[in-house]
Structures are given as structure tokens and as C-alpha cells.
Design a protein around this ligand. Structure first.
Ligand SMILES: [Fe+2]
Length: 311
């Protein structure tokens, strides 16, 4: 039988144009291998261009822990990283591992992976014709944007504690006989968790060493050439100290630069915020957050319901 490398040789692993991924999705396979030989010359060149142009901006705006993570991981500037090589450098630091996925991972499963120190990682890379924006994650966002932070113990512990909140959410609705109320409550909790993740892990800012200095630790910003500088220097952005009650009620849109960002003092503070989130969930304070502009997807709801039905 032909291997995937033979079947899809020369077709590349470009976001939305990768037959290897289409086949995995059609087969319902969420966790996959990274068939490294399938990356095309164009794919590697796209990584090289993205990586090269971020250097100066990372050194100017990124959080110190992110820059330390870059040093630890030893990415090569000229080719897409191999996940096994990334993991070889990362796992000894915090136990975190990048785990290749075919695309969408339902919310519960995503959070559950974090609680086990696994990071669901997209292996495709954006088309070189559009370096700046794509709505779906790619390997540059997941590996260059997220993974350097996973080498930091305090940040890694925060992700694990946050991931475990999904189990708590499933516990909170277990055994409910009113199915409509169960779904409504789950949807509210999920909105709160998703907003917290968005305004911290994806788009978080942190105080710097100098007075009034703001640095970036959010991966959505650290993987965006344009928005990284914009997030810390534009007058069009509102920046406030992170207030949990605000964050869990604040909806967001994904298709433009963020007009509102939140600043934490350090990762120890972020870890404490997750502790408060847990307490609020237990006390029912996440059961009625402001509804979102989009509802939770059916697959996300189902993933939590299935978890709640497991003993
Ligand atoms: Fe992300």
C-alpha cells in the first residue's frame, strides 16, 4: 500500500490546499503525523520569509520569556520546523509537546490536551501569496507564535490549570436532567473560557521592566507582523490592566486588529487569575456571562456533553 508520502508527493502542505489534510479530515482523523517530506520548496520559503521579517519586531516588542523560548527551541530560519525536534528541546523544560492535528479540535478536547501538556498543532503553512492574514491557524502561528511560551514553567503551569477548567465545566453540568438548561449553562461557561484564552494566551500584553513599557506574550500578536507593533504603539488600541470580570463578559471579533487588549503584571498573576476563574465556575458565576456574537459550535457543545457523560 502506498504511504501518504507517496500518495501526496509534491502536493505541499499549504493551508486549505493540502490533500493530505483533506483526506485526514474526510476520515475523521484528528490526530495525525507530520509528513515532513510533503512540504514543498514554496512552503519552506514561506516559513523563511515569515521568520526573517519577525526577528526585529520580536526583539523590540516580545516578552522576555518568549525570547528565551526562541533561544531554547533553536528553530531553523530556512525551513518549517519538525515537531519532533521542537519537542526534543521543549519537553525537558516543561513537559509540553506539540501534537499534530488535521484542523479543528473541539473545545473540550483542545483544553483537555493542554491539561495533559499537549498542544494541538496545525502542520500546514499559509500560502506565500498572503503572508499577513489568514483566518485559520497555521504552523507559523502555532509553532512560532505559541510554542516559545510553552518553555516557560509559570506559563506552562497556567495552561495546564486552564485546560483542567474544561473538566470542571463538564463536572458542573454532569447529571442535569434539563438538557436545554445544561446546554445553555455550558455555552455560557465556554464563552467565559474562550474569552479568557483569547485575551491572554492569544492577545495578552504584559508589563515590561521600564515604567510604562508594555511587552507582548499573546501568540496571535507574536505571529502577526503588522499587529505586533500596532498592539503596543497605536493610539487606536485601548490597553487596560486585566480585570477578570470584564474579560469573561467581553466579546471579540477575529477578522481585524484588536481594539481592546489587557495587561498582566507577570505569569504568576495570570496563574492566579485562572484560580479565580475556577472558583467562579464552581460558584456559578460563569453561568450567565454576556452572550457572544456567535454561538458555541455544536461540535464544541457535544465535546463537553460527552465529557460530562463519562464518569
Ligand atoms: Fe492560537
Amino acid at each position: 500500500m502506498a504511504s501518504s508520502q507517496q500518495l501526496f508527493a509534491g502536493m505541499g502542505l499549504t493551508t486549505t490546499k493540502a490533500p493530505y489534510i483533506e483526506q485526514a479530515v474526510a476520515a475523521g482523523t484528528m490526530y495525525i503525523e507530520q509528513p515532513y517530506e510533503l512540504y514543498s520548496t514554496d512552503n519552506h520559503q514561506t516559513w523563511q520569509r515569515l521568520y526573517a521579517r519577525m526577528q526585529e519586531r520580536w526583539y523590540r516588542h516580545a516578552n522576555r520569556r518568549f525570547l528565551d523560548g526562541l533561544d531554547t527551541l533553536c528553530f531553523e530560519a530556512t525551513r518549517v520546523p519538525k515537531l519532533e525536534e521542537v519537542n526534543r528541546f521543549m519537553a525537558p523544560r516543561t513537559g509540553f509537546r506539540a501534537k499534530a492535528v488535521s484542523g479543528f479540535v473541539p473545545a473540550f478536547d483542545f483544553f483537555d490536551c493542554l491539561s495533559r501538556r499537549e498542544f494541538p498543532t496545525t502542520i500546514t503553512i499559509r500560502d506565500g501569496a498572503s503572508l499577513d492574514y489568514l483566518p485559520e491557524p497555521d504552523i507559523f502561528h502555532d509553532i512560532a507564535g505559541h510554542v516559545p511560551m510553552h518553555t516557560d514553567p509559570a506559563f506552562a503551569d497556567t495552561l495546564v490549570r486552564f485546560g483542567a477548567c474544561a473538566h470542571l465545566a463538564a463536572d458542573m453540568v454532569r447529571g442535569m436532567t434539563d438538557r436545554a438548561e445544561q446546554r445553555r449553562r455550558l455555552s455560557s461557561i465556554q464563552n467565559a473560557l474562550q474569552r479568557f484564552f483569547w485575551f491572554t494566551v492569544e492577545f495578552g500584553l504584559m508589563r515590561g521592566m521600564k515604567p510604562d513599557e508594555v511587552t507582548v506574550y499573546g501568540s496571535g500578536l507574536l505571529s502577526s507582523y503588522g499587529e505586533l507593533a500596532h498592539s503596543v504603539s497605536s493610539d487606536a488600541v485601548q490597553r487596560y490592566p486585566l480585570q477578570l470580570a470584564w474579560v469573561i463578559n467581553q466579546h471579540f471579533e477575529i477578522d481585524h486588529y484588536q481594539p481592546l487588549l489587557f495587561i498582566v503584571d507577570d505569569f504568576e498573576q495570570l496563574y492566579e487569575h485562572v484560580g479565580v476563574l475556577e472558583t467562579w465556575m464552581k460558584n456559578g458565576k460563569l453561568d450567565n456571562v454576556t452572550p457572544g456574537w456567535r454561538d458555541m459550535s455544536e461540535a464544541d457543545v457535544e465535546s463537553f456533553l460527552q465529557a460530562s457523560e463519562r464518569a
